[in-house]
Design a protein around this ligand. Structure first.
Ligand code: HEC
Ligand code: HEC
Length: 277
């Protein structure tokens, strides 16, 4: 049977009677940017749709199963909103992935918002919690002694202003509670025993054939000549305290994470008119 082509990509599928549905599947994204980005309700709805329609092939948590991982997919991690919209609405040509012929654009954007919240830390919805209270926890728990935030603080650990644009809140929580599990690049702990019997502990900032550079907790740089070093130890542990699980209540931790979460906003584009905190 011949399908009449109505132009602008809208093909009417007379045979299956799904006129509206076919129109959805063939329509270009209604906007270049996802209007529902970081919207908590949309992310939740998108998760529901994902579980119904996608999880069977891409896995419950989108980490891959019969089909590819979507949290590591280039289309999801780096592609434009519109490109992901297209893949979802049209399916993946030459594979088993079906087009979502019956989904209205708003629902496709919900799925886009959900997948982006999984794969792009900056596109997670705002984390619940009292950021102002969390700012006080940050100061009270001594975090600022080692971390730069809002232009102030120590240098032993990485600056944290844009941390939530780089890492999901789950990973940040893990950094605070289990510092040894993942050591930030360029912030490995080290200890030097000198030939004179001295000991210097801190962060290994650099090392080459001739020298070793260590930053100590007081903020001092030590440039050490290899010939003066009896032993260079590189423990696998973090130089960050590992007792925060016992020191912070669940509520304090949640507020602390909400504070770090809000700091990401200068580092990511926020759609105009979006307000939910
Ligand atoms: C019947 C299985 C199946 C279902 C259901 C399915 N997909 Fe796929 N999808 C695939 C296959 C196969 C590919 C091609 C890549 C691969 O081989 O894993 C793919 C590719 C993709 C890609 C491109 C990945 C890349 O390479 O960057 C995205 C994005 C995607 N799917 C999202 C979805 C979403 C969202 C849903 C639900 C609305 C969905 N898929 C439902 C099988 C499926
Ligand atoms: C004694 C210094 C010190 C204190 C105090 C400290 N940290 Fe750290 N922190 C570090 C160092 C060193 C690292 C890098 C090694 C690592 O990844 O564990 C780090 C890593 C981190 C990371 C991972 C950063 C990244 O770029 O991946 C986060 C998040 C973090 N700290 C949060 C906190 C918070 C929140 C507090 C307060 C509750 C705190 N830290 C207290 C020294 C400290």
């Amino acid at each position: 049977m011949l399908l009449p082509n109505l132009g602008s990509g809208v093909r009417v599928m007379v045979a299956c009677g799904g006129l509206l549905a076919a129109a959805y599947a063939q329509t270009a994204p209604p906007a270049a940017k996802n209007p529902l980005t970081r919207n908590p309700q949309a992310v939740r709805a998108g998760r529901g749709l994902y579980l119904e329609r996608c999880a069977v092939c891409h896995g419950q948590d989108a980490a891959g199963s019969m089909a590819a991982s979507l949290v590591r997919s280039r289309t999801v991690m780096r592609g434009s909103d519109a490109a992901l919209f297209q893949v979802i609405s049209k399916g993946f040509p030459g594979t088993q992935m079906p087009p979502q012929t019956d989904l209205e654009p708003r629902k496709i954007w919900q799925i886009v918002a959900y997948l982006h919240s999984l794969a792009r830390p900056g596109l997670q919805p705002p984390l619940p919690g009292d950021a102002a209270a969390g700012r006080k926890v940050f100061a009270g728990a001594g975090c600022a002694g080692c971390h730069q935030v809002e232009g102030k603080g120590g240098f032993l650990g990485p600056p944290l202003d844009s941390i939530a644009a780089r890492k999901t809140s789950d990973r940040i929580r893990n950094d605070v509670l289990e510092p040894d599990a993942e050591i930030a690049e360029g912030y490995r702990a080290a200890a030097v025993v000198t030939r004179g019997g001295g000991r210097i502990e801190g962060i290994l900032k650099n090392e080459d054939t001739f020298s070793v550079q260590i930053l100590t907790p007081g903020g001092r740089f030590h440039m050490l000549d290899r010939r003066e070093i009896a032993e260079l130890q590189k423990p696998a542990q973090s130089a960050m305290p590992r007792d925060y699980r016992g020191r912070l209540s669940g509520e304090q931790l949640q507020n602390l994470l909400a504070y770090l979460d809000r700091l990401r906003d200068p580092y990511i584009p926020i759609p105009r008119g979006f307000r939910n905190y």
